[in-house]
Design a protein around this ligand. Sequence first.
Ligand code: GLP
Length: 244
Amino acid sequence: SVYDDQFIASKAVAARIAEIIRNKQKSGETTVLGLATGATPVNVYKELIRLHKEEGLSFKDVVTFNLDEYYPMKPDAEQSYVTFMNEKLFNHIDIDPKNINIPDGTLKEEDVAKYCMEYEAKINSLGGLDFQILGIGRTGHIGFNEPGSAPNSGTRMVTLNDLTRRDASKDFGGKENVPTKAITMGVGSIFKAKEIVLMAWNEKKASIVKKAVEGEISSDVPATYLQLSNNVEFVLDKEAASLL
Ligand code: GLP
């Protein structure tokens, strides 16, 4: 879907998330959400906070899994995705902190593989993700699945692409300070979600959106894998959709 601007689009995405949560609550079920960081989902989170404060939407029975985290990364660092999520969403809603899952950037390297398997097993044990939010990086990454990622890849440690690190350099005060690695849910893990929404705003995303939506399916642009799924919706503003 193409919307006039990201604010209207974000409200629509938040409304869908709220609908899922409320429907599940009626039957006493837990909602499992896959969440993303970056500038893209910020207005979805703002709207969810508004729905919580003004319309009584409760997150008490919501469990969340974030897509990724830099590695290494301390949770209380300014640039961590833990800090991001706390500031943009979790501090403002009634979610139970023990229901929040974000990949751990403090692990010893030899413990990462086992941790990743457990992260994925935990999602599966809750019945899988009901809804997954995605942004898209200019390399065509989803989560931190950079070019070269396989369609069936699982949660794992990855090496960040140079362009990705350059795009993150502002947050870290220089590219040299951006971690070279990250822990990310895999393309295969993302694909298991019952509903996936990839959001993109602004002109600077137009060319990668065109590749993702219309380009040949290839590991060169992992977001093209989304063409293979029929439960994916691209939610775009006019500028991001301008080359389609
Ligand atoms: C980071 C995140 C991705 C996100 C991307 C785009 O790399 N790991 O999940 O989609 O940035 O960021 P932005 O939304 O700021 O454009």
